[in-house]
Design a protein around this ligand. Structure first.
Ligand code: GLA
Length: 740
């Protein structure tokens, strides 16, 4: 049924209801471009000078006709009016979306409207508008493609740059989108961090000048910053009120999002691939396709931004979002590199006994000349270590299936240890600048994915592993280093700067081949944890490994930030051992379970180290999770208390789309003492006219006086519930179910 729904959606997106409306510069009706979703408008108009001007992004305006004659009283000769896609040259001087050197050496580009056309897709829910512009002097064509997703209130933008000149055109800036916004004040909320500390949220008031979010690490792009943001307009970001724009770039390579407040207090957002060291020679006849920049606008603060993005992502971007994700046990923190067949089969037995559904064999299973017994060797040699696992992968996969589990396995196909047969055989496949030392990170090098031979190899690693058994249903795809000492033996000397782009295009082309051959396998994007958390990767992956930090306290902040932009169904969240292997923190097992249950649940420890009592608790909690996971994965997220409020409390809820069920997660991570009564959980997402029974999960004795009682939605929204969480690392999960 689920698969059929997916098929229908893809089918309708591609073939049904596709209808094209065309307009050209001579068509009066074509001068105003009013793109709409359910609640939003994006309005552009063609000026008398043939420039496509950007007028509005925000609340819906049905009659956009006044924009045709709107005057700004700015000096028209000063190049300050907002363009729909700003090019360098002519009278423009702000940070341009497009900057090129034309084939004749001309540095100017002045884009003029040629025409636009619209296609209706997905039964009319998706309208794609392609606005064609061309330089006034030379035949460089830019198609600005804006796609409106009606129900989800999302617009995406990208451009296709076509070189119709006679010689190469060199692209310097080639952003996906330029968005001029007007508000009294701009509060940018962006994400920052480091390995094991990803997606911490920070708000800054944008003053005049430029603020940039960017990455230059090439392939491991999202540990330090994330190509996404929530921009609050006029006032600081509020969870439930106020206007806010959410943005995210679907690209797994270097990115740059610029926020420039100009002298007219207009904020110009240029977003796309980072121009850093990436000038791109576009040959005559060639087209450059940028990735998509995704935007939403909410009049319900951050909450509205997240819900819109999650809906859009689940319907149109995340790979196979309709399939409910299995619960799992991953071997990494439980066994690391030290295991034999029995260690693994015992872990599987315990996983099955606790009610988990999938077992993932992590790093350490391959290499014979250089067995992968540590991170120092063997990476690249994807043959099973015979000494360690004499019966091979098929035996383990079959064993998992015999226990009622699915089987998954770890690979890191883009990388190689210097001490490996692969590195000995193919030194030319390694990313390195000729004549310079090749630095290692985590004892490894990067393979040059710009090279089609390497792409074939990487596809082959996946394919060969999958062919070891029909019982492999999950691949953890890791990428544990970034680009250093950039250089490609494959690219010509005058094309070295193409590396950053060609690498990611090469990676995506491998993903395409994999998806064509293996449409159903669940592929996790891992990159030392959250190093590849972006909507580009999620087009091919069902989920990400949110962070290598599995400490439940740290995860509060990491998952809060990640789920601001990305839906819970993609965020792998595991119960691990204490003291936590990354932070040393000790939290109760219940707290760890309660936190992991707010994402895609898993465990990552040696089950043998759990007591019988702990295993019994795990069994109950895993069963409970299966009862609520559809709400977590498919429901609407309402954040109730932010961990950034400073009270040491965090609470969120997910509400099913029909508002018949909801689940509330409540965590206390600082001692509350006598102030615990100040905890107020107003359950915003419910229907005020219905009755809901509140039942606490994962406990014998509830911390809420109203447990197992029914309350009106009206009461729960306006008064809420007040569970008693007092001590550090106390937590509670409540299931709400509609009653007659
Ligand atoms: C990375 C991943 C971990 C684990 C190790 C294995 O660090 O993020 O989850 O798979 O690699 O080497």
């Amino acid at each position: 049924m689920i698969k059929f729904k997916r098929f229908l959606r893809c089918f309708s997106l591609l073939f049904l209801f596709s209808q094209t409306i065309e307009a050209s510069a001579t068509d009066e009706r074509g001068q105003l471009i009013n793109l709409q979703t359910k609640d939003l408008s994006m309005i552009m108009a063609v000026g008398k000078d043939s420039v496509v001007y950007f007028h509005h992004f925000g609340r819906k305006i049905e009659d956009a006709s006044p924009y045709l004659n709107k005057q700004t009283y700015r000096r028209v000769d000063y190049g300050t009016d907002p363009h729909a896609y700003l090019a360098a040259g002519g009278s423009s001087y702000r940070e341009p979306a497009l900057r090129v050197t034309h084939s004749d050496g001309d540095l100017n580009t002045e884009l003029a409207y040629v025409g636009h056309q619209q296609e209706q897709l997905a039964g009319g829910n998706v309208v794609r508008t392609t606005i064609t512009m061309q330089d006034k002097k030379l035949p460089l064509v830019v198609e600005l493609v804006v796609t409106a997703y009606r129900q989800e209130n999302v617009f995406t933008q990208k451009v296709n740059i076509k070189n119709k000149e006679e010689q190469d055109v060199v692209l310097y800036n080639f952003y996906s989108s330029y968005l001029p916004i007007r508000a009294k004040k701009y509060y940018l909320n962006s994400f920052h961090g480091a390995w094991a500390q990803e997606m911490f949220m920070e708000e800054s008031l944008l003053n005049h000048g430029v603020k940039t979010i960017e990455n230059r690490m090439g392939v491991r792009t999202t540990h330090t910053e994330n190509p996404s943001f929530v921009l609050a307009l006029d006032m600081p970001l509020n969870e439930n009120a106020g206007d806010a724009i959410g943005g995210a770039l679907a690209w797994s390579g270097n990115y740059k999002l610029n926020f420039q407040v100009d002298e007219f207090d207009i904020l110009g957002i240029t977003a796309g691939i980072n121009p850093y060291a990436s000038e791109y020679r576009l040959a005559p006849g060639e087209t450059f396709h940028t990735p998509e920049m995704i935007y939403t606008y909410s009049t319900y603060g951050a909450g509205g931004v997240s819900r819109n993005l999650h809906d859009w992502a689940r319907r149109y971007q995340v790979y196979d979002a309709d399939t409910i994700r299995p619960t799992l046990l991953n071997s990494w923190e439980g066994a690391y590199f030290t295991f034999d067949e029995k260690t693994i089969t015992d872990m599987m037995g315990d996983a099955a006994d606790m009610g988990l559904e999938l077992f993932v064999l992590d790093d350490g299973w391959f290499g014979n000349k250089y067995p992968r017994n540590s991170s120092r060797q063997g990476l690249g040699d994807w043959q099973v270590t015979e000494e360690k696992l004499p019966h091979g992968i098929a035996y383990l996969a079959d064993y998992a299936v015999s226990k009622g589990l699915q089987f998954g396995i770890w690979i890191e196909p883009e990388m190689v240890n210097p001490k490996s047969e692969l590195a000995e055989k193919h030194p030319d496949w390694i990313v390195q600048a000729k004549g310079r030392p090749v630095p290692t990170t985590r004892n490894q090098w990067l393979l040059d994915m710009t090279n089609p031979e390497v792409q074939n190899f990487v596809f082959g690693v996946f394919d060969d592993v999958m062919r070891q058994s029909n019982n492999i249903s999950y691949i953890k795809w890791d990428a544990n280093r970034h680009v250093e000492s950039v250089g490609s033996a494959f690219l010509a000397a005058d094309r070295q700067s193409h590396f950053w782009i060609k690498y990611i295009q090469g990676l995506y082309s491998v993903y395409e081949r994999i998806r064509a051959k293996y449409p159903d396998v669940l592929v996790q994007a891992c990159s030392s944890g959250g190093g590849r958390v972006d909507y580009g990767a999620l087009k091919y992956h069902q989920e990400v490994w949110t962070s290598d930090n599995t400490d439940a306290r740290s995860r509060i902040f990491i998952q809060y930030g990640t789920n601001m932009i990305y839906p819970a169904l993609v965020t792998g969240s595991h119960v691990s051992a204490v003291p936590n292997h990354q932070t040393g923190n000790v939290t109760p097992l219940k707290f760890r379970f309660d936190l992991a249950m707010s994402g895609r649940f898993g465990m990552e420890l040696q089950p043998k180290d759990l007591s019988n009592e702990e295993k019994a608790f795990a069994r109950v909690a895993i069963e409970n999770y299966k009862g609520i996971r559809d709400i977590v994965m498919e429901g609407d997220l309402y954040r109730i208390i932010s961990p950034y409020e400073g009270k040491g409390l965090y609470a969120i809820m997910y509400v099913s789309k029909d508002k018949g069920r909801a689940v509330v997660f409540d965590y206390c991570f600082e001692y509350q003492g006598r102030t615990h009564n100040s905890q107020l959980l107003r359950l915003y997402g419910l229907d005020p006219s219905r009755q809901y029974r509140v039942s606490e999960l994962n406990v014998e004795k509830s911390v809420f006086w109203g447990n197992d009682k029914a309350f009106s939605g009206e009461y729960l929204i306006n008064e809420g519930i007040n569970p008693k969480l007092e001590k550090m690392y106390e937590s509670a999960i409540f299931l709400l179910e509609e009653v007659d």
